[in-house]
Design a protein around this ligand. Structure first.
Ligand SMILES: Cc1cc2nc3c(=O)[nH]c(=O)nc-3n(C[C@H](O)[C@H](O)[C@H](O)COP(=O)(O)OP(=O)(O)OC[C@H]3O[C@@H](n4cnc5c(N)ncnc54)[C@H](O)[C@@H]3O)c2cc1C
Length: 427
């Protein structure tokens, strides 16, 4: 059942990244008044490419934005159709090829292109920039509503606040009450990200055929993810380097930022002694950015507090090793939006709705979080069976299944069922 009748409540989304925008689209399509508050001066994504698995693509299709995303990607096929795990050492032995059914193909896309496609579906009048949320308090006029305070001294009132403000979330401070922050920890994982022209690498003798899909070069405490974007012209490259015990690295030493430019030589040095193709790709990197990967750890005990909810990295920033972080945020956004736009949702039962959202989403997202961690351990030789064809294939077999094949509609249906069953005691 869908509803397009206007609701008697309003929603404010803090953060206009991929998860905030997707949730805004899903809400506004079904009659909820939503305003987006973004800290930056315009919508924009930092970083290079993003892999969208079949679960993410189903959400984009359901929202009617897939065609625009696909067009912006510049691809003429769903380009993530094979996942090969290759030794990073000389010889580059193929250790495992993950079987991908045609229905499971994904899309590798430049982040900026993905965001551009989503922005087309946002009413510009509802987007507010240079609005950094610094605090949320109960409204003085009606304590059930929230007053959002921004760094520029202005405020905004809404019935529901959705924190889509990423791994460094400020909204999270208002939601988590069981322990003091910080809630995001440095994971002892560095990710060097860059785009490399595929032609240049091939001309320098790169033998691994990247036109056959994503490649993960595996090795001790390091791995490289490489796949083509922009119609096959550019390699989206991430070189991962583990510098200590995972996942708990505490806080970065003062003076270090989470994302910074890195000298090219440093990256090449990290992969010294690796095989020809790994070194060749790395030596063609220009102006890499170095990301000190932070994850939400330990897991927070709730994604909601009253009428304030977290989605995406604000709730569960995770390791990137299953390429699933954004996908989980898209799932959050769709589930929350479908519950809020149910015909029986109204201002009087918002707290119950958010509680059901939390019950549905936290176990699933945390499961993906744990599996992402374990998958990285396998890539870097810290799995149970080590780096060998038998070890890698056994440990990675079926690893994407539960991420890709989850039935989100069943979750939404059971959430609605729960809400109806609890009617009268959820206010
Ligand atoms: C190296 C790397 C590779 C990855 N690869 C993949 C992949 O292949 N597939 C995948 O699914 N995921 C991947 N991820 C994870 C993915 O990037 C994130 O999960 C996703 O971007 C999270 O989206 P978000 O909207 O929650 O947060 P963000 O994209 O971080 O957006 C948050 C937004 O909130 C704004 N903001 C922040 N603070 C405030 C504030 N106080 N007030 C107002 N606005 C604020 C920010 O400016 C930003 O626009 C990868 C991550 C990394 C680091």
């Amino acid at each position: 059942m869908t509803s397009t009748a206007p609701k008697d409540f309003s929603v404010a989304i803090i953060g206009g990244g991929v998860c905030g925008l997707t949730c805004a689209i899903a809400l506004s399509q079904r009659g909820v008044h939503v305003e987006i508050f973004e800290a930056a001066s315009k919508f924009g994504e930092i970083g290079a490419g993003l892999g969208l698995g079949p679960n993410s693509l189903r959400i984009l299709k359901e929202l009617g934005v897939f065609e625009d995303v696909y067009e912006k990607s510049g691809e003429n096929i769903l380009n993530m159709y094979a996942y090969r795990y290759i030794s990073g050492m000389d010889g580059h032995e193929v250790l495992y090829e993950y079987p991908v059914e045609p229905a499971d193909r994904g899309l590798g896309i430049a982040r900026s292109a993905f965001l551009d496609a989503l922005v087309k579906h946002i009413d510009p009048a509802t987007a507010h920039f240079k609005k950094r949320c610094i605090n949320i308090t109960p409204s003085q006029n009606n304590p059930a509503r929230s007053t959002i305070q921004f760094a520029d001294g202005t405020t905004h009132e809404a019935d529901v606040v959705i924190g889509a403000d990423g791994v460094k979330s400020n909204v999270r401070n208002t939601v988590v009450s069981n322990r003091p922050g910080p809630f995001a920890t440095f994971s002892n994982t560095l990710a060097y990200r860059a785009l490399v022209p595929y032609d240049k690498a091939k001309n320098a003798g790169l033998k691994t055929d990247l036109s056959k899909g994503m490649v993960c070069f595996v090795g001790k405490d390091k791995h490289i993810i490489a796949y083509l974007i922009r119609g096959g012209e550019v390699i989206n490259l991430v070189g991962f380097v583990t510098v200590g015990p995972v996942p708990e690295g505490g806080s970065l030493p003062s003076g270090h930022t989470w994302v910074e430019q890195a000298p090219e030589e440093k990256l090449v040095k990290h992969f010294e002694g690796w095989g020809y193709d790994a070194v060749t790709i790395m030596s063609h990197v220009r102006e890499p950015s170095k990301w000190s990967i932070h994850v939400v750890h330990p897991a927070i005990d709730s994604y909601v507090n009253g009428r304030i909810a977290l989605i995406g990295d604000a709730a569960h920033a995770m390791f990137t090793h299953l390429g699933a972080g954004a996908g989980q945020g898209l799932e959050d956004g769709l589930v929350l939006a479908r519950l809020l736009t149910h015909p029986q949702s109204r201002a009087s039962n918002l707290e119950g709705i958010l509680k059901v959202y939390d019950e549905l989403r936290r176990p699933r997202a945390q499961h993906v979080w744990e599996s992402s961690l374990q998958t990285g351990e396998v890539y870097e030789g810290r799995g149970r069976l080590g780096i060998s064809p038998a070890g890698i294939s056994q440990e990675l077999k079926g690893v994407y299944d539960f991420v890709w094949h989850h039935n989100l509609q069943e979750d939404i249906d059971s959430g609605i069922h729960l809400l109806l069953a609890r009617k009268g005691r959820v206010q």
